[in-house]
Design a protein around this ligand. Structure first.
Ligand code: HEM
Length: 222
């Protein structure tokens, strides 16, 4: 089954004669490309189906934005999700009051299918965002740990500063609030980037402490 068929499914389905009355409860609303359709403080409680254009669902904190999903024709969503909803194109929505939606559409298998598809994709994107944040956070703290150790207790050597963490990876992981696997991956990435070199168990050589410290700038730690 092609994606196109699935995407158009809900709108086609609602064109059936048995939904003639339900269709009168829907209102068409249009939004210009780039405009904000809903924001987290939205008062109206509506469910909408996208009838044309693409719609971006995202979270925003200061200057950071996390896209949760991009909705297309036939996708269903609502205004009470405390997310931003933005028109990526000139957009047309079919909106219905949440109460009318609950009375007449909840439990319909086609509607449920459309909801599960949208919400499943948004949940998947949310997991990836959480994963990225945890990873970034652990990476920031790992770099801070290595830089601090180098500055306080580092031993100067001809080709860098040697730090002796003297802890098994499990303990470093607990220190950083990450898993052993995450710490191993992050250490390997720092080695691959040439920012650290593994000398022995728990011992690392940092060729350029300032460069290691500066590498955290790109992560916008803190
Ligand atoms: C396809 C997307 C969605 C649809 C069609 C939808 C639809 C609905 C409907 C029909 C109700 C029942 C309203 C009533 O009983 O009057 C409801 C309740 C609720 N929804 Fe959604 N929803 C969607 C997504 C979401 C998301 C993503 C969230 C949270 C992030 C959310 C949070 C809630 C909450 C908290 C309630 C309970 C509100 C209350 O009882 O006061 N919904 N939704």
């Amino acid at each position: 089954m092609g994606m196109k068929f699935l995407e158009e499914n809900l709108l086609h389905y609602l064109r059936r004669p048995e939904f003639a009355e339900l269709r009168t409860a829907f209102h068409t609303r249009t939004f210009a490309k780039g405009s904000l359709i809903y924001s987290p403080d939205e008062k109206d409680n509506l469910v909408f189906i996208v009838s044309s254009g693409r719609v971006r669902v995202y979270l925003a904190y200061g200057d950071k934005e996390f896209t949760l999903g991009i909705l297309g024709t036939g996708d269903i969503y609502s205004s009470h999700t405390e997310t931003f909803v933005q028109a990526l194109d000139d957009v047309e929505l079919q909106v219905i009051d949440v109460k009318a939606f609950r009375r007449r559409m909840v439990g319909d298998p086609e509607v449920t299918k459309a909801m599960v598809r949208v919400l499943g994709n948004i949940l998947k994107a949310s997991f990836a965002i959480i994963d990225g944040l945890v990873f970034k956070d652990a990476n920031c703290r790992l770099i801070a740990l290595l830089v601090t150790e180098a500055r306080r207790h580092g031993i100067s050597e001809p080709d860098g500063v040697r730090v002796d963490i003297d802890l098994p990876v499990e303990q470093v992981a607990r220190l950083l609030g990450a898993t052993r696997q995450t710490v191993s991956t992050l250490l390997n990435e720092l080695v691959r980037a040439g920012l650290i070199r593994k000398v022995a168990r728990g011992q690392y050589l940092i060729p350029d402490v300032e460069a290691l410290d500066a590498s955290a700038d790109g992560l916008s730690c803190r």
